[in-house]
Design a protein around this ligand. Sequence first.
Ligand code: NAD
Length: 478
Amino acid sequence: MPETLDIYLAGEWTSGTGDTHHELISPIDGSHIADVPIASPGDIDRAVTAARAATDEMRRWSAFERAELCLRIAEAIEPLIPEIARIQTLEQGKPYHSESLDDIAEANEYFSNAAEDVKRLGGEVIPTSARSKRMFTFRRPVGVWAAITPWNFPVTIPLEYIGPGLATGNAVIVKPPVHTPWALLELAKAFDAAGVPRGAVSIIPGGAEVGDALVTHDGIDAIGFTGSSATGRRIISRMGIKRSIMEMSGNGPTIVTADADVEAAAVAAVYGAYYNAGQVCCATERVIVVDDVHDAFVEAAVAASQVVNLGDPFDDATTMGPLNNEATAAKMDRHLADASERGAEILVGGGRAPGHPSDLYYDFTIVDRVPEASSLSTEESFGPVLPVIGAADDADAVAIANRTRLGLQAAVFTRSLSKAFWYTDRIRAGTVVINDSTDFWETFQPFGGAAGTDTGWGRGRIEEFTDLQTMVIELSGD
Ligand code: NAD
């Protein structure tokens, strides 16, 4: 029997006033697991009104009171972790033991980190030209945020907005994708338990229409968007004058240089391509291998790919589950067909795996001699594929790495410290990881893109949830 879910709206659990719902279908076996209501325009207005009241109240709290709230949320999440992780696997498809549990186990860090950061978020005393004036700055909440989030990390990405948002006194209305809202709704029980002010967080699942209603809503002050560059461009063209954090697609290169530990590079590249079935913004999307080590790398990558065990994501032995949705699988089909037509050579895998309970199980795939013009190289594939692209030397490798607008996270394998800096100085990416996977991630890591794939984020994370307010005092009578 599918579960009937309520949405979390203005501090209440409700079916809303809309007359539509969405059927949640598990990618694991195509079964109908739950029904979720879609918020009506009236529900959205209610969420915005309650959010405004909540941020007006929290604006007056001290930073230490807001930090306390975040710590209470972190504590309230703990007992919910196994159930949130189970639901995440059910609706998203990632392996329960090796991925989903780890993912959710760090959910509390988004709140405990924000609690630490906000206590150290001070203003400045600004020197003035007049002797009789004093000038100070304060950090104030921006107000009401709409966080529009993707399905690949359905819980933790919304928390990147909710944690620092609440810590700085904002209210956050999250719009998760219509087909992966359940695990986040389960986590919202922690907001009730921790005493989050009514309306400071609402979770209203929906598709592009609900997203657009938030983006264009006059009561929303700021947009937090994590998703594809195509949707990001649409949102920017629709949002008018609103603050925003836009985190978009990646086409992460791993560069294997002539002096690399080739086996370590192969293990890391395979991991970066199969973790979460490749559905990660900083996945290893391209492996650029300097010609001297090409044959050794390819041999090592084929051997390393034995670690991939495609199957039921609730089985302990499984290291890769199904893809989340048909659009992603169809994109993989297109990219592989295009690369083959252009002369690339498929060494491992190459398509959908038969004999599974849904059509979304995709074989881990290694493709060699991928021409740079193929979509496997020029676009984000977002699936379990490791494309190998040849480079004549280091200069050629950097040039290939930089031929993208999606410069999120890159990796370089080298034994030379000076070469590590040489590459880092030249690669246009938000992060360059030396001798590890592009898929490296910590909750406190400054994270953002270069070359046009984000606007903001990074070390200033908590500051980006604030407006700078200046106070000027005339000390008349001096
Ligand atoms: P998507 O752009 O299709 O959807 C993202 C969100 O936008 C969803 O909630 C969706 O319902 C909503 N949306 C879609 N159309 C909209 C519209 N017209 N107006 C308002 N909202 C709209 O992305 P996706 O397929 O869910 O996620 C995968 C993408 O996200 C990949 O490109 C991946 O690289 C990127 N991503 C980036 C990061 C990062 O930190 N840079 C992290 C995770 C995922």
